[in-house]
Design a protein around this ligand. Structure first.
Ligand code: PPS
Length: 287
């Protein structure tokens, strides 16, 4: 693996974005507060979509906040220096995001009453989305082919490590009352009902007009044009365009069928069945 990845406690992290030194003793003592909302995802699982939805729930469908602050300030990344500073320097409540696996989270999470939302996505679509993202993002290790990335993904040699281990880890929190697990697919299939479920979990209620506004402003098309969500405000215009087109790429379920060969689909199924054998198939309702 190239130096685009730095391995930390067995997990490949993007060298340019996260340093093991930063995930230090001080960082590990971060205290989650009762009214924080923590969004947990493996990369490419719909994180930005959920960030947009959370902002709209708390703002009762009004898009002003989502359109005035960059998305990385609305819901800072716990594992990025800049995000962590924002969280430390401001009393909150916070919307916090992370792609880290469970074993790397600050321990206060496990005794905190912070609300935790975990979004899972069909790993086949995660793989395809990750392939297009890493292929054009200079901070990522770029694959020479889809087949090469496919193999890296199955081996866990991609940013944030194995999807299988990551998912098995976060699923151990199932059953806790401050933990809600959702899938990208249910959000896509029936956004309204899924947002109602999130509102119920967060103790929020939206009127019909507020919900309609939320659905409009969190749609793929509107988000792709939201300058504060599509990274157009990122450091350079090239980075911004690359980010927008790779971060908000297609926004559909099942795109893997357009990219996997029959042999890849079969190989993936074998690994999935082996790694996820202990879990009920009902947890994975996707095609
Ligand atoms: S990241 O970079 O890991 O944080 O990416 P993440 O935000 O988790 O996931 C990116 C994928 O989410 C899709 N997306 C959406 N889908 C539906 N509706 C909306 N509003 C939406 N916003 C983002 C995005 O297109 C990426 O998936 P792919 O399959 O690549 O299109």
């Amino acid at each position: 693996m190239s130096d685009k990845h730095t391995w930390f406690e067995g997990i490949p992290l993007l060298t340019e974005l996260i340093s093991p030194e930063f995930l230090s003793e001080e960082w590990k003592k971060f205290v989650f507060k009762e009214d924080d909302v923590l969004l947990l995802t493996y990369p490419k699982s719909g994180t930005h979509w959920m960030k947009e939805i959370l902002g709209l729930i708390y703002e009762k469908g009004d898009p002003k906040w989502n359109h005035s602050l960059p998305i990385w300030e609305r819901s800072p990344w716990l594992e990025f220096k800049r995000g962590y500073r924002l969280l430390k320097d401001n009393n909150g409540p916070h919307f916090i995001s992370t792609h880290l696996p469970i074993q790397l989270l600050p321990k206060s999470l496990f005794t905190s009453k912070a609300k935790v939302i975990y979004v899972i996505r069909n790993p086949r679509d995660v793989l395809v989305s990750g392939y297009f993202f890493t292929s054009i993002m200079p901070v990522c290790k770029q694959p020479e082919s889809f087949e090469q990335y496919f193999q890296w993904f199955l081996q866990g040699n991609v940013m944030y490590g194995s999807w299988f281990e990551h998912t098995l880890g976060w699923m151990t929190m199932r059953g806790k009352e401050n933990y809600l697990m959702l899938s990208y697919e249910e959000l896509k299939r029936d956004t309204r009902s899924t947002v109602e479920k999130i509102c119920w979990f967060l103790g929020k209620k939206l009127e019909r007009a507020e919900m309609n506004s939320l659905l409009k402003h969190s749609s793929f098309e509107v988000m792709k044009d939201n300058l504060r969500s599509n990274y157009t405000h990122a450091a350079t215009s090239l980075a911004a365009t690359l980010m927008r087109d790779s971060l908000m790429r297609k926004g559909i379920s099942g795109d893997w069928k357009n990219h996997f060969t029959v042999a890849q689909a079969e190989a993936f199924d074998r690994v999935f069945q082996e790694k996820m054998a202990g879990l009920s198939p009902e947890l994975f309702l996707w095609e």
